[in-house]
Design a binder for this molecule. Structure first.
Ligand code: PLP
Length: 396
């Protein structure tokens, strides 16, 4: 048996990859696991164990709906943001094909998460036409760009609310309105931003939204797709069996995960202002400190710095350094070069390349993402480490 060596773990600044779970969320989850808890199968209609589990699920649906301003009937549970994106894009496209809708074009952006981009790649193989909008240098998509790309052949537009590498945010209501005016549906991957904002979906033209609690102190492995009910959107399910979730997503519902997701959304709805204030103040401090490093460049903002931004995400690049050694040298800070999902690749982040960074600069980049449990001390210590490491790696 290996002996466990007591080591101090690095400062955690990778909250855009995953956040630690809130103790109150853990409590909600654990309540579904034990013999005394709501461990039953929510599809069991014949006894109290099933009814209790179904009640937990419906309570979570209500909590999520309240937090994003929609009806609980509009929430379909899935296994996470990846599945929700797949269901929105492929489910809608296959259904369009089935009902012989002649429209065949999907518009998205070239910096979406891979769960969107690989779905559209698959759809391209099935004969759909995909348009990838190249973002502005701050990582956003403008109304004009979308207007120019939309045609009578477009049936779906998928643009995320916030980019996971840069933190820059799109005005999804504006983009969705333009899309709706062209007779197409608008989907948004809100994995990075959900819970932080009341999306007022009942009043919004956004048709489908990808949701996950994993960035708001909830668990991984669970998510949801919001589907605007007034639009009667037809989706072809990707997983069948058992008829769960109105036949759109077969599979026994993970009561403990869903209860925890509901709790995470409920807490964020109540505490979002405090969380945003705390995290934004730490981000401002970190950006201020990083700007004192001569060769640092902050990404994801336009020239006057007015780009709407996630409260906790900082993308920074360092000119003229040996970029490939940056992350390995930063032993006391846990952060990433791009999104966690592509961090095994040696290639520079496609998001940074798409906004115009050359390969060297993209490789010499960090995504530092702050969460509610970080402190000012974390920021100051992390900055000292980054400053020393960059000085050591700067080419003479
Ligand atoms: C914007 C965005 N979409 C989708 C995902 C995929 O989430 P998951 O791997 O939990 O399915 C992530 C994960 O970080 C993300 O940041």
């Amino acid at each position: 048996m290996k002996t466990k060596v007591a080591t101090q773990r690095p400062i955690y600044l990778d909250n855009a990859a995953s956040t630690p779970m809130d103790e109150r969320v853990i409590e909600a989850m654990v309540a579904c696991l034990s013999q005394e808890g709501t461990f039953g199968n929510s599809a069991s209609k014949d006894h109290v164990y099933g009814w209790e589990a179904a009640e937990v699920i419906e309570n979570a649906r209500d909590q999520i709906a309240q937090a994003i301003g929609c009806s609980p009937l509009e929430i379909i549970f899935t296994s996470g943001a990846t599945e929700s994106n797949n269901l929105a894009l492929k489910g809608l496209s296959y259904a369009q094909y089935k009902i012989n809708n002649p429209r065949r074009t999907i518009i998205t952006s070239s910096i979406e998460h891979k769960a969107v981009l690989e779905s559209t790649e698959q759809l391209a193989h099935h004969g759909f036409n995909i348009i990838y909008l190249k973002p502005r240098t701050d990582g956003t998509i403008s109304a004009a760009m979308l207007k120019e790309a939309l045609t009578d052949d477009t049936f779906l537009v998928s643009i995320s609310q916030a980019n996971s590498v840069l933190g820059s945010m799109n005005d999804i209501d504006e983009l969705a309105q333009i899309t709706q005016d062209h007779g197409a549906l608008f989907h948004s991957d809100c994995a990075q931003s959900n819970g932080l904002y009341d999306l007022h979906l009942a009043k919004s033209p956004v048709a489908m939204v990808t949701l996950t609690p994993e960035k708001i102190y909830g668990p991984k492995g669970v998510g949801a797709l919001y589907l605007k009910k007034d639009l009667n959107i037809e989706l072809e399910p990707l997983l069948v069996g058992g008829g769960h979730e109105k036949g759109l997503r077969g599979g026994t519902l993970a009561t403990h995960q869903i209860a925890a997701m509901g709790k995470a959304f409920e807490i964020m709805a109540q505490e979002r202002e405090q969380v945003i204030a705390h995290v934004s103040a730490l981000k401002e401090r970190l950006i201020g400190l990083l700007k004192t490093i001569d060769n640092a460049q902050i990404n994801g903002y336009n020239e006057d710095g007015s780009t709407p931004h996630l409260p906790g995400v900082v993308s920074v690049s360092f000119k003229n350094i040996e970029g490939q050694y940056l992350i390995p040298s930063l032993r006391k800070v846990a952060c990433s070069t791009g999104s966690a999902c592509s961090s095994k690749e040696l290639k520079p982040s496609y998001v940074l390349s798409e906004i115009g960074l050359d390969d060297d600069l993209a490789r010499a980049s960090l995504r530092l993402s702050i969460g509610r449990y970080n402190t000012q001390e974390d920021i100051d210590l992390a900055f000292e480490q980054i400053k020393q490491t960059v000085a050591m790696l700067t080419k003479k």
